[in-house]
Design a protein. Structure first.
Length: 292
């Protein structure tokens, strides 16, 4: 049981975390701050938070648990805003989709107190943003990746594992480097592909006619293209090196398909499709329910 959650960022991810904590009886009070006062007020009206804080610093005053649910590019500024009230017994986590940049920011700003920060990435979300879409079930059954570093305190890491587990999550520990490499491949690149496909179609004169004929497969493939632009701009830039490695892998795979099609080579084309089909058929997500 935590006495107080200091929630910085009262949107979908932060709001869902607060609601899940409350439902599980794991927190007595939630004090929230968002850059937009209207968001903080709406969060209070919805019961996501109990008290509106006028600043990030005051949101963490008296908190024994702090969640940074802000865009990854805002992480360092957020650490700077709260560092004067960071105590050695507090647990600080984030929900960012990249980890090395977040950890670097924590090291620069928190310095000797960096051990209280446990970087976290819950593999959950929706293409819809905002506290209006906060859902206490958002994290249920999902993976949460924790990326502790050499200075992470054992007590804080243990608390982090317990709180996410209590919310029904499956917790996995990874190095920040392994995390960023993996999610460049399975999350960041797919977003780039979805954005690129939509842009490629919309650039054609017949775009509206083409889109009017699209079915469920196209809908499912491009769903993530509706994600929040500013958030994903920051994610793609902060993980640029790993992402560019993955775009090069994809380009080679696409070129293999292009060559087989251009050469009218049915055997090679079928083999490429078979390899992908087999890989997809034998892949299993780890205890993850479908997204809403």
């Amino acid at each position: 049981m935590f006495e107080q959650l200091g929630l910085i960022g009262c949107g979908l991810m932060g709001g869902s975390f607060a609601l899940a904590l409350k439902r599980a009886g794991l927190v007595k009070r939630v004090v929230g701050y968002s850059k937009s006062p209207s968001t903080t007020e709406r969060a209070r009206q919805m019961g996501v938070i109990d008290v509106e804080a006028p600043s990030a610093l005051l949101a963490v005053s008296g908190a024994d648990l702090v969640l940074l649910a802000v865009p990854v590019a805002a992480t360092e500024a957020t650490f700077k805003a709260i560092r004067h009230l960071v105590r050695s017994d507090v647990l600080i986590m984030d929900v960012g989709s990249t980890k090395r940049d977040v950890i670097d920011a924590a090291r620069r700003v928190l310095r000797d107190q960096v051990g209280v920060f446990v970087p976290a990435h819950p593999i959950a979300g929706k293409e819809l943003s905002g506290v209006e879409h906060a859902d206490p079930d958002l994290y249920m059954g999902r993976q949460v990746i924790l990326t502790p570093v050499e200075r992470t305190l054992t007590a804080q890491l243990d608390k982090a594992q317990k709180v996410w587990s209590a919310l029904g999550c499956h917790v996995k520990l990874m190095s920040p480097e392994a995390h960023d490499a993996a999610y460049a491949a399975v999350s960041h690149l797919p977003h780039v592909l979805a954005y690129s496909l939509m842009n490629a179609i919309k650039a054609q004169p017949q775009a509206d006619d083409f889109l009017s004929l699209a079915g469920p497969g196209f809908r499912d493939f491009t769903r993530i293209a509706a994600s929040e632009p500013a958030i994903w701009r920051d994610i793609l830039l902060t993980n640029r090196e790993e992402l560019l490695t993955q775009t090069r892998h994809f380009q080679r795979a696409l070129q293999a398909f292009e060559a087989a099609i251009q050469n009218g080579d049915p055997a090679t084309l079928e083999n490429l499709i078979e390899n992908a089909s087999h890989a997809r058929a034998t892949w299993r997500m780890t205890a993850i329910k479908p997204q809403s």
